[in-house]
Design a protein around this ligand. Structure first.
Ligand code: ASP
Ligand code: ASP
Length: 346
């Protein structure tokens, strides 16, 4: 048994010593992390997800200090290259990297200048030539971080690509659930992801993370916004099981976690929804609907929220909401991942 992190901490404790060791070889970093990149959660085993969670516990302790800064990534350079709007994700990567003493370069690229795949490759090569060790990339095209990883000599972190994946969001969501659920586990818990599943990279990455952790995952929304997920569920998603339904009542009944997703108006084409008002009436997470879930169920949302559409304002800010915890945990999770990836390369 390792001593719980909380019992070993003093204000001066270096972050390496806060993290329970899985590789005690002298001179090595305390955690052996086998992945050079983080492109999606489907590449992570449950033990690796556990390592991320434990590392994030240590990072939360760092964040609780009066000066939340450790030298773990001193001399390393992190470049944040975002081709899509973002506040939370970009800022939490930046704050996290700075807390680890990395040098941070922020590039907000206009989507129009990267219409061709070739220019993404050029940009990544330039960033590498300028000395970046870790590249955090967000891109509207699914798969763009994989292309970046194929040409970049350091580590690539996917900060969200198209409809495909948002691995750091899924990991911070899992972390938040474990923090807030009784007994700290999602195994066997009913987790409902409600809303615009079709356009959601958050939903896709959460399916991987949550099924790996043994949750009973339900995806719910209008049939037009669940297209393709039934087939994925029937195909067994690599041995993982989850339920797809358009019945809000079936989904919410006795749920332990309800995660509302933003209606992604900017990605909506071809009349998938009659109107936002109709959506709010039939699928919006109201107090009445939430009362179908367990009384101690928690409410989540990855942000940004359309209050009054997918979630009622009273639910978003109500006693069951852990939305603010998601944002706070985002910094700890991103610090954990940057730390692990930096270690993987030494
Ligand atoms: N889609 C954005 C993100 O993931 C939301 C926000 O930044 O507020 O960061
Ligand atoms: N912030 C999340 C994302 O970037 C969810 C959203 O944008 O609705 O995918």
């Amino acid at each position: 048994m390792t001593t719980p992190v909380s019992e070993r901490q003093s204000p001066e404790t270096p972050v390496d010593e806060l993290i329970p060791s899985v590789d005690e070889a002298p001179g090595s970093r305390p955690v052996a992390w086998p992945h050079r990149h983080l492109l999606d959660v489907d590449a992570l085993t449950i033990d690796e997800i556990e390592t991320v969670m434990r590392t994030a516990d240590a990072m939360r302790q760092v964040l609780a200090r009066p000066i939340p800064k450790v030298p773990a990534l001193r001399g390393r350079s992190v470049t944040i290259l975002f081709y899509e709007a973002s506040t939370r994700t970009r800022v939490s990567f930046e704050v996290g990297a700075k807390n680890l003493s990395a040098d941070v370069v922020n590039i907000a690229a206009a989507t129009s200048s990267v219409a061709k795949g070739e220019s993404l490759v050029d940009t990544v090569r330039t960033i590498e030539a300028l000395g970046a060790d870790i590249l955090v990339i967000r891109h509207p095209v699914s798969g763009a971080p994989y292309l970046a990883a194929s040409v970049f000599g350091g580590s690539v972190v996917n900060g969200g690509d198209g409809w495909h994946a948002h691995p750091t969001q899924a990991l911070l969501d899992l972390y938040t659930m474990r923090q807030r659920l009784p007994r700290g586990s999602v195994a066997g818990r009913k987790v409902v992801i409600l809303g615009d599943v079709l356009h959601s990279r958050v939903a896709r990455s959460n399916v991987w993370a949550l099924t790996a952790a043994g949750a009973d995952v339900w995806l719910c929304g209008p049939p037009t916004l669940l297209r393709g997920f039934d087939a994925w569920a029937r195909a067994g998603a690599g041995g993982r099981r989850f339920t797809v339904t358009s019945s809000v009542v079936d989904a919410l009944r006795d749920a332990d976690v309800v995660m509302a997703l933003r209606i992604q108006k900017e990605r909506m084409t071809g009349g998938l929804l009659p109107s936002l008002r109709e959506y709010a009436t039939r699928y919006g997470l109201t107090r009445e609907r939430l009362s179908l879930a367990r009384p101690d169920a928690i409410v989540m949302h990855p942000g940004p929220m359309n209050e009054g559409v997918e979630i009622a304002p009273a639910v978003a800010t109500g006693a069951q909401s852990v939305i603010a915890d998601q944002v706070a945990n985002g910094v700890a999770i991103r610090m954990a991942l940057l730390y692990l990836l930096a270690g993987a390369r030494t």
